[in-house]
Design a protein around this ligand. Structure first.
Ligand code: CA
Length: 226
């Protein structure tokens, strides 16, 4: 699950990013309204966390309205130090789905993120292919009823592959989805994690699910050709 965090206060962004990453979310950060708009238009996010007071011409209220105008329907959680009733109403009327005032406890933010995610139109609780099953609520993975324990990045890669099964995903797409937009590792990091994933989900089973597409990346499918 990929979240766009639009917030200019560095202590808050690092606090939220770190906390959400520990919960297996991928977090991209924009520090201005216009950067946030660009990222929201050029990437697929599952949720936006949006601060109201942002530097530059576009504040959070204006940005929220703009995102809705251009048809971005994903849940938006507004985050702000402004806590008057008028501010909350203005935030919700601009198209936000929920509103949280600073300071806040991380557990409350996490609960709201989860709740918004469940309300999102494309929310599903389980992904599967062949006899492999991923439960997104309990974050557990099973293959042929045997539980498979995955590391955080392995889980995120497998989730991305499952959401796009039968489609080739490039190493760059996987890096962007799993490590985030502002992270530029050597794409070999994908190969290393795929190797671990294969050892866990494919090695002991006859039907292999992860396949290499030479020169491009990987595909998750039940192979019935060649
Ligand atoms: Ca701010």
């Amino acid at each position: 699950m990929r979240i766009l965090l639009i917030e200019d206060e560095e202590n808050i962004t690092s606090f939220i990013k770190k906390g959400l990453e520990e919960e297996y979310y991928t977090v991209d950060i924009a520090e201005t309204g216009s950067d946030g708009l660009n990222l929201a238009m050029s990437n697929e996010y599952d949720l936006i966390i949006l601060d109201i007071m942002l530097p530059g011409k576009i504040n959070g209220i204006a940005l929220c309205k703009r995102l809705r105008e251009i048809g971005i329907k994903i849940p938006i959680l507004m985050l702000t130090a402004l806590d008057s009733v008028d501010n909350k109403v203005e935030g919700l009327e601009s198209g936000a789905d929920d509103y949280m005032t600073k300071p806040f406890a991380f557990v409350e933010l996490l609960a709201r993120v989860r709740s918004l995610r469940r309300r999102g139109s494309n929310f599903i609780s389980q992904l599967s292919i062949a006899d492999l099953r991923m439960d997104l609520l309990s974050r557990r993975v099973f293959r042929a009823d045997k539980e498979i324990i995955l590391g955080q990045k392995e889980f995120s890669i497998l989730e991305y592959l499952l959401r796009n099964k039968d489609r080739v995903l490039s190493r760059t797409q996987i890096v962007e989805k799993v490590w985030g937009y502002d992270y530029y590792p050597n794409t070999n990091i994908v190969d290393v994690h795929i190797k671990f994933l294969r050892e866990k989900i494919d090695k002991d089973f006859d039907t292999k699910l992860i396949h290499t597409v030479r020169g491009i990346g990987y595909i998750l499918k039940v192979k019935n050709d060649n």
